[in-house]
Write a protein that binds this ligand. Structure first.
Ligand SMILES: NC(=O)c1ccc[n+]([C@@H]2O[C@H](COP(=O)([O-])OP(=O)(O)OC[C@H]3O[C@@H](n4cnc5c(N)ncnc54)[C@H](O)[C@@H]3O)[C@@H](O)[C@H]2O)c1
Length: 319
């Protein structure tokens, strides 16, 4: 009996008198907020407490590295003697004596993984180049670069080979061309004996084209490069992996745009293509697990590469 009465009493006690509804809007700002220019640090040593302050100066906004000042980094491979000292688990994270194929790798600059800084100031490189540098650092003995751009592809192969001592071959080939890709991958296998890793980074973006006026040939071309091209190189490499019974690892570079839409960037074809790459990846992973072939995708966010250094994106960068 007492409980309902108590419940009623407590509900009454907390009842509030109605107040007019006020909608509070957040004050949005794209800049980084700095609440306190001094960051307090407390540390303990031998039971002694110390407190100090680190001065935190706000940095400027804008691109991390203005176009034209791209920092180039040099690949720095592990010393060969290290591999024999690694634990079995750590060794699994290396690619010792493997052969990697990387598509779309030469244009700009992007992911700089585990790479030493140099002061060279040259035309930048794409994400693929930096991924190639990364696989070279962890033991691959051969890399095949596939891209449509002859001059910088050639230079990428030379730089990568000089930096790492790895046997690098550049093939000027369009990922949409099934016949040429078939011959290319066969040549990779004839030369290196096998193919173990494929990184699919070749892609175009067509940034900022309104859906209602998107030229159909342009739309089809993007899907052809980003989706069919990814499938063509993947199929050609998987055929070799299945034939050789070696298994392998295929990594498709998708995008955050495969699962979210960045508004107001109008790029429906690119977004659809990257969603297709993600689902293609899952489908092939399920089909080829029985052959020991792992198929995964990575979805990067925005990277300051040639892909995004186009006039069509200037307005959005100012938002
Ligand atoms: N830069 C970013 O912000 C970002 C974000 C998410 C995902 N990605 C993805 O990462 C990958 C690499 O992007 P990036 O920024 O280095 O781009 P990028 O434009 O610098 O490099 C793409 C490369 O693909 C090559 N290519 C284009 N069409 C080709 C074809 N038909 N055949 C062979 N090669 C072709 C180009 O020559 C170029 O070297 C792409 O798949 C891209 O969609 C990039």
């Amino acid at each position: 009996m007492a409980r309902p009465a108590l419940g009623l009493a407590s509900r009454r006690a907390f009842r509030r008198t109605p107040t007019p509804t006020t909608i509070v809007r957040a004050n949005l700002s794209t800049g980084i907020r700095q609440l306190n220019p001094l960051v307090s640090v407390v540390s303990y040593s031998d039971g002694e407490r110390m407190q100090e302050g680190i001065e935190a100066k706000p940095e400027g906004t804008g691109p991390v590295m203005p176009p034209g000042n791209d920092l180039q980094k040099t690949a720095n491979p592990l010393n060969a003697s290290v591999y024999s000292q690694l634990s079995p688990t750590l060794f699994k994270f290396t690619l010792q004596d493997k052969v990697a194929v990387v598509t779309g790798q030469v244009n700009t600059f992007g992911l700089r993984l585990m790479i030493e800084l140099t002061t060279k100031n040259r035309a930048g490189r794409g994400l693929g180049f930096n991924m190639a540098q990364s696989v070279a650092e962890v033991g691959v003995r051969g890399i095949a670069i596939l891209d449509v751009q002859q001059e910088i592809g050639d230079q990428a192969a030379r730089d990568l080979s000089e930096q790492t001592g790895v046997d690098v071959r550049f093939y000027r080939v369009d990922v949409r061309d099934g016949v040429s890709i078939g011959h290319t991958i066969q040549d990779v296998v004839d030369h290196f004996g096998e193919v173990n890793v494929l990184i699919n980074a070749a892609s175009i973006a067509d940034s900022n084209i309104k859906a209602e006026t998107y030229d159909l040939d342009k739309f089809r071309r993007l899907i052809d490069i980003n989706v069919t091209g990814t499938f063509i190189t993947t199929q050609a490499c998987a055929q070799q992996m299945i034939k050789a019974r070696t298994g392998g690892s295929i990594i498709n570079i998708a995008s955050m745009s495969g699962s979210v839409v960045n508004f107001p960037q109008e790029q429906c074809s690119y977004n659809a293509s990257k969603a297709a790459v993600i689902q293609l990846t899952k489908s092939l992973a399920a089909e080829w697990a029985r052959h020991g072939i792992r198929v995964n995708s990575i979805s990067p966010g925005y990277m300051d590469t040639a892909l995004n250094r186009v006039p069509g994106l200037e307005a959005q960068k100012k938002i």
